[in-house]
Design a protein around this ligand. Structure first.
Ligand SMILES: Nc1ncnc2c1ncn2[C@@H]1O[C@H](COP(=O)(O)OP(=O)(O)O)[C@@H](O)[C@H]1O
Ligand SMILES: Cc1ncc(COP(=O)(O)O)c(N)n1
Length: 276
């Protein structure tokens, strides 16, 4: 008997020692979606529920080597980025993506989550790396997924209402990605959580409830990796994002307390049977 190889996804991101965000959130989301998880670690963070107290960057050539090793042997059917730390790491990723065929002009869809800081405000990307994100990664992206803080940092637009999210999507689209997803989690004045997907023509609203929960650590990573999972299975971008929105809504609803600070969103609801 021989079993078939499942879809494979790659996350290029930092680790979270507290297990809430980053590579950890991505791998368990890939697993929960039935996708084999592969990783290219960019940085090791010292992190728990109260914040990030430091990180150690992986040398750019080691990040590149991880991507190349995975793609050339295992093959991946979609890839995503999270915490990238430095301009040199971003350059190495962009060069390697071109070499191995990841990105909007290649066959492997590429989701770029422009992570700049943790939810506690700890910086995860050096200031001088913003230009690299804009010039080297966004033009290669099938999808970029900024939150409203990242929108402000990248475009200068301070989104204070649902209407302004389209302005933000247009400004992000000008950086050259195929699709833009503006996430509404930080728009706390809105009683709902309506994300906006845009490709220069279509504007697709992703409606969802806003839960009154404090434990939302890893929500951005979980959304981007559930979208990546659907892309890895061959979904179109609109249906992958609709799947991701349903997935993250359940994950936020099932978030749990952990430690003294902020707990993570949860994928446990995906486990159909907890008996061993
Ligand atoms: N309180 C909440 N209730 C329901 N969905 C939420 C909540 N907070 C965030 N989300 C959803 O989680 C995803 C990540 O959103 P956001 O918090 O804006 O990004 P990030 O985690 O990158 O800061 C989005 O789909 C958003 O709509
Ligand atoms: C390694 C790593 N990657 C990403 C995040 C962002 O997640 P959050 O916004 O929930 O802090 C994080 N805190 N750590």
């Amino acid at each position: 008997m021989s079993n078939s190889t499942p879809p494979r996804a790659l996350t290029i991101a930092g680790t979270d020692s507290g297990g809430g965000a980053g590579v950890h959130a991505d791998c368990r989301t890939f697993f929960a979606c039935g996708v084999h998880a592969t990783t290219a670690v960019t940085a090791v963070t010292v992190q728990n529920s109260v914040g990030v107290s430091g990180f150690h960057e992986i040398p750019p050539e080691v990040v590149a080597a991880q991507i190349e090793a995975v793609v050339t042997d295992i093959g991946v059917t979609a890839a995503k980025t999270g915490m990238l730390a430095s301009a040199a790491i971003i350059d190495a990723i962009a060069d390697t993506c071109d070499k191995v065929g990841i990105g909007r002009d290649h066959t492997i869809p590429f989701v770029v989550d422009p992570v700049s800081a943790s939810m506690h405000g700890d910086q995860l990307l050096h200031d001088n790396a913003l230009a690299g994100l804009k010039n080297r990664l966004f033009p290669r992206a099938s999808l970029v997924t900024p939150n409203l803080d990242e929108v402000r940092l990248l475009t200068g637009i301070d989104v204070t209402s649902r209407d302004m999210m389209l302005d933000a999507a247009k400004a992000m689209f000008d950086f050259g990605p195929q699709w833009v997803l503006i996430k509404a989690g930080h728009l706390r004045s809105d009683p709902e959580c309506v994300d906006i997907l845009y490709d220069g023509v279509a504007v697709i609203e992703l409606p969802g409830p806003r839960f009154d929960v404090k434990d939302t650590h890893g929500s951005g990573d979980t959304l981007a990796s559930s979208i990546t999972s659907a892309l890895a299975k061959g979904a179109t971008m609109p249906s992958a994002v609709e799947f991701g929105k349903r997935f993250i809504t359940k994950a936020v609803q099932n978030a749990y307390p952990l430690g003294a600070g902020v707990g993570p969103v949860s994928n446990f609801w995906r486990l159909s049977d907890d008996r061993f």
